[in-house]
Write a protein that binds this ligand. Structure first.
Ligand code: SAH
Ligand code: SF4
Ligand code: F3S
Length: 471
């Protein structure tokens, strides 16, 4: 807590530095997952308290901020492309450039920035995000280049300012880090070990969000269903609050908070999907029945090499069990194609699981070698063309399933949380079903932030079209 107060002092110092300077702006580019987006909301909160306002254009910004991801190579390429562009802008406008996030936890990236992009002012890592005000102050006041990256797990900090992107849906990080070390994945190396937030801090944050009028909460973590697991397994004492001592009890406690109408969570791990979690999902009316259940591969041998700790059969049995106990369950998943050593036959198992489960949504990825992971050191890397072939095959199957699945919505009545005007068609409103499908429809603005019944009239691959009942 003291540490946060110290940062508050730096926020005030920067405000003081800026006091004769109105119209100061920041521009932020966030890459990666929802955890990174939630971190960015905290960075925006700090910057706003310092007196900066947000712009979407780097040309207009006094501070250019990047919150980076390194889960796949294309995320890296994006940063270096942008930095080239920013060099020119900095030369013209004197923009302060700050880079944080997962990529900054990788030494070879830091070396590359030092060597090829020496004009970057501030570099900070995932464990030092809370120290951004201090780092920025040093760069502004002393005009020094700041590198603030540590390798030890950060503490769990509470009380950082936050500026949320939406007034309707809010993300709440419940745990940081990951202990699973899937062999393809860089996340455990750049985010450190699992650390859960205290039940009391989470519950109070959600209660506060409910008071502010938020309707939907998404609980975030790399492995949400191992919430408080380390504490339980190692007998580390923690303070229970409103009966919360596990992920299942956390869902139950949040389900009781008045004002919150929908609860989502990403990502659970199939190996930790215990019965108490399944029963809690079924019992809690506010918990959306779309569950993200990352498959990664449908082949038992590949799963073993990935260190996922479940087999094809165990995954399918889990799906059957969930479907039988949770009415109206829908599922989404993540799949990687072209993991080292994956043969055509093994890839067929992935297609087989996709055919059997009929996911609502599949996030598909081509395996990307990550420096420092066991997967990168495996000798039998799959050639690029084959990876792409498999990707296209999977995509074709998934798209045909989505089309078929969308047909099932036509003619039904769906509960939709209305989020605002449709971006593509300002005469229409847009919202989402329990299963997270986008629905657009004609209606009055006073429906925004309400859950309403819509009759689905037609499907269009990535969205559904609906109408008000009796309207
Ligand atoms: N903790 C979450 C998500 C982690 S990252 C989980 O376990 O589900 C999000 C997704 O990126 C992963 O589910 C995986 O499908 C994909 N991914 C991770 N590392 C990858 C890599 N090296 N190449 C391709 N996809 C990867
Ligand atoms: Fe990566 Fe696996 Fe951890 Fe997910 S569970 S973050 S895929 S190591
Ligand atoms: Fe990327 Fe870091 Fe998330 S590597 S996926 S931003 S945890």
């Amino acid at each position: 807590m003291e540490k946060i107060e110290e940062q508050q002092k730096y926020i005030n110092e920067i405000k003081e530095l800026n006091k004769n300077n109105e119209n100061l702006k920041y521009c932020i580019l966030t890459m990666g997952c929802q955890l990174n987006e939630n971190d960015s909301e905290k960075l925006c909160g700090m910057l706003e308290e310092m007196g900066y306002t947000k712009t979407d254009n780097f040309e207009d910004a006094n501070i250019a901020l990047f919150n980076t991801c390194c889960v796949r190579e294309n995320a890296e390429d994006k940063l270096f492309g942008k930095l080239g562009e920013l060099k020119r802008i900095k030369e013209k406008n004197g923009t302060i450039i700050a880079i944080g996030g997962c990529m900054m936890q990788e030494q070879h990236i830091i070396d590359k920035i030092k060597h090829s992009y020496p004009f970057v002012d501030v570099i900070f890592g995932t464990h030092t995000l809370y120290r951004f005000p201090e780092d920025l102050f040093k760069a502004l006041q002393n005009k020094e280049k700041v590198k603030d990256v540590i390798d030890i797990d950060g503490e769990v900090f509470e009380g950082l300012p936050i500026k949320r992107d939406s007034k309707i849906k809010a993300s709440v990080t419940i745990m940081y880090g990951c202990n699973n070390f899937c062999t393809y994945c860089i996340v455990p190396y750049v985010r450190g070990r699992e650390r859960s937030r205290k039940p009391k801090d989470i519950i109070n944050e959600v209660k506060e969000l409910a008071k502010e009028g938020y309707k939907e909460i998404t609980l975030l973590g790399q492995n949400v269903n191992s919430y408080l697991r380390v504490e339980r397994e190692k007998n580390i004492e923690f303070e229970e609050y409103e009966g919360v001592n596990s992920f299942a009890t956390l869902l139950r406690a949040i389900n009781k908070i008045d004002g919150i109408e929908r609860i989502r969570f990403v990502s659970p791990h199939p190996k930790d999907f215990t019965d108490d979690v399944i029963v809690a999902i079924a019992d809690c009316d506010k918990v959306c029945k779309l569950i993200h259940l990352p498959l990664q591969s449908g082949n038992t041998k590949v799963l073993k090499e990935m260190n996922r700790k479940y087999t094809k059969e165990q995954y399918l049995n889990l799906v059957d069990k969930m479907k039988s106990r949770i009415p109206n369950l829908t599922l989404s998943t993540d799949i990687i194609v072209g993991f080292p050593g994956e043969t055509d036959e093994e890839f067929e198992d992935t297609l087989d699981v996709v055919r059997k489960v009929k996911f609502e949504q599949v996030y598909m990825f081509i395996y990307s070698r990550r420096v420092g992971t066991p997967g990168d050191r495996m000798p039998n890397q799959v050639p690029e063309e084959i990876k792409h072939e498999r990707f296209n095959k999977l995509k074709e199957l998934v798209e045909s399933q989505i089309e078929e699945n969308n047909q099932k919505y036509v003619g039904t009545v769906q509960k939709v949380l209305v989020e605002g005007k449709s971006k593509n068609n300002p005469n229409m409103l847009t919202g989402r079903t329990d299963s997270n499908k986008v629905v657009i429809f004609e209606g009055n603005n006073d429906l925004i932030n309400k859950i309403i019944d819509l009759k689905i009239e037609s499907e269009h691959m990535w969205y559904l079209k609906g109408c008000l009942i009796g309207g």
